[in-house]
Design a protein around this ligand. Structure first.
Ligand code: PXL
Length: 263
């Protein structure tokens, strides 16, 4: 029987990020992917590719969670974009219905199509309702600064302090991704397991953000945890996998490249 990885996330219609990237990553890493859709993001080619965002109704999300978790017995789940406070509550309720070996949370905080006040409510709901359930959380620089309340973060020491503060919100394992936003030649991530800090480095590939990198990193971590890896090993594999996907990036008619694994 194949190992099953479950993802609860948004659809991103160009296919580079969101649940499309998650399910592709699961397949590439050899686990059977099951997905629940929380919202639909369709960039608008007629308006500078700005975000168009449509949430899925709460009861429809709850039905999907019921179907997925009743048909299968997933032990490891990834949480991606949720998008509204109502969705956060629906997903938190769904997660609490069973026990999990791991809940990996990619704390996708903003969507440019959303009105700022609504986005803040979603951020707060994520912090209070989802982060306490997480075993692993993978914020990028911006998300870490917001969650840790320490904007801006400009050094590895500050990245480490942010990881400690985010661990205080509940998750046992925190990976803060410096990415291209932190100065230097390397993409630096800080992993904190509640006791020890490990700094992970890989050479930066250019200095443009590549769409889907955060989704792929958290999905790869989820797949590796599903297969039985320790968190630090899962994170190391995910970083290598994401690095390869950034090198193999896919250009399109959209003004951003997307992570793409080489054949
Ligand atoms: O990469 C973050 C992200 C996650 N999930 C969805 C998205 C995006 C960015 O656009 O649309 C659905």
């Amino acid at each position: 029987m194949p190992a099953i990885s479950y993802v609860i996330a948004g659809s991103e219609a160009t296919g580079g990020a969101g649940i499309q990237a998650d399910l592709r990553t699961f397949a590439q890493l050899g686990v059977y992917g099951v997905g629940t859709i929380t919202c639909v993001v369709s960039f608008d080619p007629g308006a500078q590719w700005s975000h168009r965002f449509v949430p899925i109704a709460g009861p429809v999300i709850a039905d999907q969670i019921e179907a997925a978790t009743t048909a299968h017995a997933p032990e490891v789940v990834k949480i991606g974009m949720l998008g509204t406070p109502e969705t956060v509550t629906t997903v938190a309720d769904g997660l609490r219905r069973q026990s999990w070996r791991h809940i990996v949370v990619d704390p996708v905080l903003i969507c440019k199509g959303q009105e700022p006040g609504a986005a803040l409510d979603t951020d707060n709901a994520l912090r209070t309702e989802i982060l306490p359930l997480a075993t692993v959380v993978t914020p990028n620089l911006f998300e870490a600064a917001t969650l840790a309340g320490m904007d801006p973060i400009t050094t590895v020491d500050e990245l480490t302090e942010a990881a400690r503060r985010i661990a205080d919100l509940g998750p046992r394992h925190v990976v803060v991704k410096g990415g291209v936003g932190l100065a230097g030649d390397d993409a630096v991530d800080v992993y904190f397991d509640g006791h020890d800090v490990t700094v992970l480095r890989a050479p930066k590939v250019g200095d443009e953000r590549v769409s889907g990198a955060g989704c792929v990193f958290a999905a790869a971590t989820t797949a590796e945890l599903t297969k039985g890896a320790d968190v630090i090993d899962a994170v190391r594999t995910a970083k290598q996998f994401t690095h390869k996907g950034i090198v193999g990036r896919l250009a399109s008619n959209a003004p951003f490249d997307a992570v793409c694994q080489p054949d």
